[in-house]
Design a protein around this ligand. Structure first.
Ligand SMILES: Cc1cc2nc3c(=O)[nH]c(=O)nc-3n(C[C@H](O)[C@H](O)[C@H](O)COP(=O)(O)OP(=O)(O)OC[C@H]3O[C@@H](n4cnc5c(N)ncnc54)[C@H](O)[C@@H]3O)c2cc1C
Length: 360
């Protein structure tokens, strides 16, 4: 008999969510994380728990509705981690027309099944604290509700919950080889010692390492995914209100500026496909300059790359779907009568991680 029903490689948000869900269903679970919990992409996120307003422009209405439903679940089960905050989109004469923003926000509010949060409104920012940090002649902004989360704490507390329900959570434990037969046999280097564990099923939840894990550790066909680096900058605090600003940039991209660690502002994001070791992702200088320019279109304070205190970058995976489309969530289950099941789960957003794990 195998030691466990499910072995999970990777202690990011996907891995720990899977562990919590599986142990809650009565499975015997072990999770191995080579570093610390949430030390990769899951602690580099923009910390938004949201329906992703921009997805409405891409007509992904069902996706937005599902994410907004999950936002409600987080507010109910983790109000100590996920908190509502007002978002403000300053109207800019050269960007989306106001009717489009109004319509989008009206729909966004309607798609939220429970009306837990204040609805969208139009603000005259010349007489509102949200306008204090903004350049003139910006006179109007659209305010709506979404949430922010402390992403690393979410990972750690999800893992803690899984552990309290009986899952074995091992940090500093690198899976170096997994042999597949009717059960999986994993070789793990845990704090300098080599250990073998067996499991009826295996989950590859190694995020941006999913391909290298499949190729070199599991020796299985890799998932057809592309790695994407997402980056943000941290600058000294640019505004005093507890709100997230959403700026429309020339290229149509929405740029977020939000309060960060009390004295700072986090501005992001820029994304690129990458190749190579995900642990080494670093933000290129042109991307830093791009985010400074985007913020300078709206904020009174002028920020330059020298003002950047640090950059925050992470890498995650997207599915290369037929027709060249890129899907953000990668979940695949491969099973046969003679071979133990292999689940691959990577990418996706923080907001829907709980639901993604439950759907496996
Ligand atoms: C910069 C950025 C901003 C984002 N912003 C948002 C946002 O605002 N809102 C939102 O909803 N989503 C956001 N996302 C998406 C979300 O944060 C990520 O998709 C999610 O956290 C990915 O989690 P993961 O568990 O798949 O990967 P990771 O967190 O990268 O975890 C993978 C883990 O596997 C471990 N590992 C690898 N190989 C091995 C091995 N052989 N043995 C043991 N362990 C191994 C690694 O050490 C790592 O800890 C953002 C993503 C990024 C990168």
């Amino acid at each position: 008999m195998a030691d466990y029903d499910l072995a999970i490689i990777g202690g990011g948000l996907n891995g720990v969510s899977l562990a919590r869900d599986a142990v809650g269903r009565g499975l015997r679970v072990i999770l191995v994380e080579q570093g610390d919990l949430g030390s990769a992409a899951s602690s580099a996120s923009s910390r938004l728990v949201h329906g992703d307003l921009a997805s409405l422009e891409r007509r992904r209405v069902l996706r937005v509705r599902a994410a907004l439903a999950e936002r409600d679940v987080w507010l109910r089960i983790a109000p100590h981690l996920v908190r509502p905050i007002r978002f403000a989109i300053p109207a800019h004469a050269e960007e989306r027309p106001t009717w489009q923003l109004r319509t989008g926000l009206w729909l966004y509010d309607r798609l939220a099944a429970r009306k837990r949060l204040p609805a969208a409104t139009t603000l005259d920012v010349t007489h509102h604290p949200i306008g204090d940090a903004l350049k003139r002649p910006i006179g109007t902004a659209f305010a709506y509700s979404d949430c922010v989360v402390d992403d690393s704490r979410l990972v750690v507390l999800t893992a803690l919950d899984a552990a309290e329900r009986g899952a074995a959570i091992r940090t500093g434990a690198r899976c170096v080889r997994a042999d597949r037969d009717r059960i999986w046999r994993l070789a793990i280097i845990h704090r300098g010692h080599r250990r073998i564990v067996t499991s009826r099923a295996l989950a590859n939840a190694t995020g941006a390492w999913s391909v290298s894990t499949a190729e070199t550790v599991l020796r299985q066909p890799p998932p057809r995914v592309v790695a994407r680096q997402i980056s943000q900058i941290v600058v000294p605090r640019l505004f005093d209100v507890d709100a997230v600003y959403v700026f429309q940039n020339h290229d149509g991209r929405l740029i977020f500026a939000q309060p960060y660690e009390r004295d700072f502002t986090l501005i992001g994001t820029v994304a690129h496909e990458i190749k190579g070791e995900p642990a080494l992702v670093a933000m290129p200088a042109p991307d830093v300059a791009y985010l400074c320019r985007a913020a300078n279109r709206y904020f009174r304070s002028d920020i330059q790359p020298v003002d950047v205190v640090r950059t925050v970058s992470g890498a995650n995976m997207m599915l290369r779907a037929a027709g060249g489309e890129r899907l953000e969530t990668v979940v695949s289950l491969e099973a046969s009568r003679t071979q133990a099941p292999l689940l691959t789960m990577c990418g996706g957003d923080v907001t829907t991680a709980r639901r993604r794990a439950a759907s496996c």
